[in-house]
Every structure is written in C-alpha cells, then in structure tokens.
Ligand binder design. Sequence first.
Ligand SMILES: Cc1cc2nc3c(=O)[nH]c(=O)nc-3n(C[C@H](O)[C@H](O)[C@H](O)COP(=O)(O)O)c2cc1C
Length: 173
Amino acid sequence: MDLKKYQKSYFDVIEQRYSCRSFTADKITTEELEALLKAASLAPTAVNAQPQKIYVVENPTLLEKMKEATKYLFDAKTVIVVCHNPKESWHRKYDNKDHGEIDSTIVATHILLAATAMNLGSCYVCSFKEDILKFILDIPQEYVVNCIIPIGYPKNIGVHGPRKEFDETIIMK
Ligand SMILES: Cc1cc2nc3c(=O)[nH]c(=O)nc-3n(C[C@H](O)[C@H](O)[C@H](O)COP(=O)(O)O)c2cc1C
C-alpha cells in the first residue's frame, strides 16, 4: 500500500474537505478502500491502544437495512462505521475517563482527510440510532459507535461550510 501516490498537499486537503452528501452510483475501488484503511490505521491513539473497530459495509442488503438506523447514508456504496471497544481503550487513572471516543474521532478524521486526498467524498455522520445499527451490523453491545462515514465519488464538487470568525473560537492569553 503506497500512500505516496496521492500527492495533494496537506493544506489543499484541509481546504478541500467538505461534507459530501451526494455520490455517483459507482463504488470506490479496493485500492482506494485499502488506502483509507491504511490512513485510519496510522491515526494516533492514547497509549497506542488502537481500540478502534472499523466496520466496512458494501453489501447492498445491509446498506439498505442501515436506512432504518440513519437517513444520512446518501446512497453511498461504501459506508464505514467507526467504533471502539472500551475494554481495549485507555482509561485515565485519575478519573477513569475512557479516551476511546477521542481515539475513534481521530481515526475517523484520518479517513475523511484521506478521502479528500484521493478526490473522494465523505461525510462525518452522528445522527443514527446506535441500538438499531448495532443489531443490523452485529456489532457487540459493549462497543461504542462513534460515527458513520458514507464514502464515494462526489456527484458535484462542493465546498466546506462557513466558519466563525477567529475571535469567536480562539482565545489568546
Ligand atoms: C460530530 C459530527 C457529527 C455530524 N453529524 C452529521 C450528520 O448526522 N448528518 C450530516 O449530514 N452531517 C453531519 N456532520 C457534518 C457537519 O454538518 C459538517 O461538518 C458541518 O456542517 C461543516 O460542514 P463541512 O464539513 O462541509 O465543513 C457531522 C459532523 C461532525 C463533526
């Protein structure tokens, strides 16, 4: 798996990423999927625990059933569901805080940015019914589902949403 063939610069990727909600009917290639999963595997995780459990759904019957759990699949032919297993994630000693959701958020972000680097569209989706999703995909009860990421070739190239002014989000001390 050679990620170097995707030559887009970091800041081009950052600027070009947007939430894509409309895809062509084509499924991404196995090579593209493998590059996304490689990028996911390179995400940092607390104490390098790598508690993520990544479900890749391409089975049309399952994709159809998943509509019972979310309306935000946008007919993508590849859908990635990022979860973590709290039995494998780092829990901070001080207050037992589970850092698995932070880990899986970073994993998901790697996937989104890698998708943009490959000119694929993707969207971070959290509006879903976790219990129904777990049932459909046979995800163990103890796993925590972080997000659903529909992925495909964008129907039209979009742009990211507007951002707040720095003085609303950045506090200089
Ligand atoms: C934690 C999180 C949850 C989100 N959930 C959804 C969702 O359920 N459905 C959806 O269409 N977009 C969802 N989004 C995408 C956001 O709406 C989007 O990132 C935001 O509007 C900014 O647009 P941009 O990604 O194009 O910059 C989510 C994004 C994040 C980070």
